[in-house]
Ligand binder design. Structure first.
Ligand SMILES: [Zn+2]
Length: 373
């Protein structure tokens, strides 16, 4: 090589002007037709960090991120860490702990905000100004659900919440349901209800809040090493989200909703010619495009049902002991399905690896046959 580079650490500076997005990938820019106000937010999952900043964009290449933003003076800037306004629309965000590039987040605009403090941390909910009365009408329910779930996770998990704030932003034109950015969860803003809704819709919103919060530990604190384990990330958050809503909120019946309204998504996918095991062969996921090829009701609902079955079989005490070992061993790092199974196995006498081979590495629904004697 003729670069003249000396061995040792170096600093690379990249100056770039990047385009805003209108597809929800990268830094999305939206102007509200109701009042002409503009809002920006990032969505970097799964490999869209490169649309916003230069990065070696792999989940196992974690870094501390510093963010400086210059915005119009009447805007508020939200980010993973708490943000500080230095005047004239200049903002900085607290340096993040080690996180993966796909989890970096910023959301900026003239947000309408409701804030509270909980366990010494700032909590906020945010939406565009034109939805303010609707967010205000539900703020008590949203914040009390959030704090109840937060407390319940602290009873289950040994590791304290790993970030310095908990903001939930209801953002316009969001493609998915929500995204678990550390300290700044983004939700589609149809979750800010604008008319009367059923209690099932309120329950479903609570499950989404709980699902994203579970990712703060499983996904953000401990992150998949590679995208072949994306199903485990989602199935864990799915299982833990339903379970914690059942334990900590008024929707104690929520597993019935899962059985009647969610699991059929997995049964359906599992009976098609395109079915696949819950856990793919790592060889089958050589790149990011193939990671989402088989990402369906098997990855979320069947996987969550399997983890629920595993918890019932191990007993919740041993399951949580294994999970807590997993968090402690890999905090601010990365882990694989093999690490997950090893940590569970270390907390029980039961053969977790044989269970995984039977339930996670096979495809298709099971047939029960009665033999009467
Ligand atoms: Zn998720």
């Amino acid at each position: 090589l003729r670069t003249g580079l000396a061995p040792g650490p170096h600093e690379l500076t990249v100056e770039a002007d990047m385009a805003y997005s209108r597809t929800g990938e990268g830094m999305h820019r939206f102007t509200d037709p109701a009042d002409g106000e503009t809002y920006l937010y990032t969505q970097l999952f799964l490999d869209d960090a490169r649309r916003v900043f230069a990065a070696f964009d792999q989940p196992d290449l974690k870094a501390h991120f510093d963010l400086t933003v210059t915005a119009p003076p009447h805007w508020t800037v939200l980010a993973n860490g708490t943000t500080t306004h230095h005047g004239d629309g200049r903002w900085t965000a607290a340096t993040t702990p080690l996180i993966s590039p796909y989890l970096v987040a910023v959301a900026a605009g003239p947000w309408h905000t409701v804030r509270t403090d909980h366990r010494g941390l700032p909590f906020g909910i945010h939406c565009r100004r034109s939805l303010a009365p609707h967010l205000d009408a539900d703020a008590t329910e949203l914040l009390s659900t959030t704090t109840a779930l937060f407390d319940r996770y602290h009873e289950k998990f040994d590791e304290p919440y790993p970030f310095d704030s908990y903001d939930q932003a209801f953002v316009p034109e969001f493609n998915a349901g929500a995204m678990e950015n550390p300290g700044l969860v983004t939700f589609r803003d149809s979750y800010v209800f604008r008319s009367a809704v059923t209690d099932a819709e309120r329950c479903s919103r609570a499950v989404t809040i709980a699902h994203e919060m579970a990712h703060m530990w499983f996904g953000d604190l401990v992150t998949l090493t590679w995208w072949d384990d994306i199903w485990l990330n989602e199935s864990f958050a799915e299982y833990m989200g339903y379970q914690t809503v059942a334990e900590a909120t008024r929707w104690t019946h929520v597993w019935t909703d899962f059985a009647a309204g969610r699991k059929d998504w997995g049964y359906d996918a599992d009976q098609r010619p395109t079915t696949h095991p819950v856990a793919p062969d790592p060889e089958a996921v050589p790149d990011t495009a193939s990671a989402l090829l088989n990402f369906d009701g098997i990855s979320y609902a069947k996987g969550a049902a399997a983890l629920r079955q595993l918890t019932a079989w191990l007993g919740e005490k041993d399951f949580l002991a294994g999970i807590n070992r997993h968090f402690t061993r890999h905090r601010f790092g990365n882990a694989t399905l093999a690490d997950f199974l090893d940590n569970l196995a270390s907390a029980t006498d039961r053969d977790v690896h044989t269970w995984a081979a039977a339930w996670l590495r096979t495809s298709g629904v099971d047939t029960l046959t009665a033999h009467a004697t």
